[in-house]
Design a protein around this ligand. Structure first.
Ligand SMILES: NC(=O)c1ccc[n+]([C@@H]2O[C@H](COP(=O)([O-])OP(=O)(O)OC[C@H]3O[C@@H](n4cnc5c(N)ncnc54)[C@H](OP(=O)(O)O)[C@@H]3O)[C@@H](O)[C@H]2O)c1
Length: 235
């Protein structure tokens, strides 16, 4: 067999594998922050077959080592800046008040998908957003050549790992300017057993972040709910 036809058959085999049901194209996903949300999403994405690298302020901590073990597969941990270098997708699982500064410290984010689950709101008195726009929009402005997708901010980390604990389906609104990036994040969401809903450009992140304020307020009122947006056929 010639070298050319050998290469062709390797490529055909690869394409055939991709077409098999259940085959996952592994992405390298950097999870910045090893708290509740970072741990939940890291473990869930690893279970979907992706390579996880945690970016931590102190990757040598015992808690981080334990998290890497629990994540399994090819998971590893390093510093925040190193974790993003070869990553296709970066998850900002960090305090909302610090998210923009942390993105600014990550270096070149061109072409990467940034998943932004952060919430930045004021807790004293009536819960309200801390800024007039949103973290999603500010993160997109701080990394203009990245594709920011607002996602996972309107539910608890407990439902990320156990969607059935809500007693029914849970919607995950996705706001972002890149349809391709939203489609990739939608695959992750659906793989976790949650329901992705495209709610338009990153400008709408301010409304999605507002949804969390309502979610919190209902809990303060003693009348908690979880988001389930019923899809319809009509326009
Ligand atoms: N908790 C939830 O159920 C939930 C649900 C949806 C969305 N959210 C949002 O998702 C984000 C993460 O939530 P979380 O509950 O996981 O938060 P968290 O536990 O308070 O913190 C997340 C991680 O960020 C890193 N971090 C903390 N302080 C930092 C600093 N000064 N500089 C750099 N990194 C720092 C830490 O990881 P290292 O120590 O490894 O650096 C920390 O474990 C928040 O914006 C939150 O509003 C939370």
């Amino acid at each position: 067999m010639s070298a050319g036809s050998c290469l062709l058959s390797i490529r055909s085999l690869f394409l055939l594998l991709l077409m098999l049901p259940g085959t996952v194209l592994a992405e390298r996903i950097a999870i910045i922050g090893t708290g509740d949300v970072g741990s939940a999403l890291g473990i869930e994405f690893a279970a979907l077959g992706h390579d996880i690298v945690y970016g931590s302020r102190d990757p040598s901590r015992n808690e981080v080592k334990t998290l890497v073990e629990r994540t399994g597969g090819t998971a590893s941990a390093t510093t925040q800046a190193k974790s993003v270098i070869d990553a296709d997708i970066v998850v900002l699982a960090v305090p909302g008040s610090l998210a923009v500064a942390i993105v600014e410290g990550l270096g070149d984010m061109s072409g990467k998908i940034i998943i932004d689950p952060t919430n930045h709101y004021i807790r004293d008195g009536v819960p309200r957003l801390a800024t007039e726009t949103s973290n999603g929009e500010s993160i997109q402005a701080a990394a203009p050549d990245a594709h920011v997708v607002k996602a996972f901010n309107t539910l608890s980390w407990r439902q990320m790992v156990d969607p059935d604990s809500s007693g029914g389906p849970v919607s995950i609104p996705l706001a972002g300017n890149s349809a391709e990036a939203k489609a990739k994040v939608a695959e992750l969401v659906a793989g976790m057993g949650l329901e992705p809903v495209d709610v338009g450009p990153i400008r709408n992140a301010r409304h999605v972040e507002g949804m969390l304020v309502l979610w919190i307020q209902a809990r303060v009122n003693g009348d908690p709910f979880d988001y389930h947006l019923r899809k319809t056929d009509s326009q």
